[in-house]
Design a protein. Structure first.
Length: 83
């Protein structure tokens, strides 16, 4: 599986994940970023910090459950069309 495909899968999963799972993934990623000698470059680190800040201050685009479900189904239907 390519990195792009992995990122797409992670994004799809997070759109459907419950609060507990999102918090667990967030904690893992945040801990990984803060670890000395981590392999995340400065640009990625800055982007993750920006996204975290926008999430915490409420300026990030949020989606309702209905919007999330629609996006997931649209994605599934798009994949099915490609077969």
């Amino acid at each position: 599986m390519t990195v792009i495909a992995m990122k797409r899968k992670i994004t799809e999963y997070l759109q459907m994940a419950d609060e507990k799972d999102v918090k667990a993934v967030f904690t893992f990623v945040e801990k990984k970023i803060k670890t000395d000698g981590c392999d995340i470059d400065d640009e990625t680190y800055k982007e993750l910090k920006r996204r975290t800040k926008s999430f915490l201050d409420g300026s990030a685009k949020m989606y309702t459950w209905e919007e999330t479900q629609k996006a997931a189904w649209d994605s599934i239907n798009e994949i099915r069309k490609g077969k």
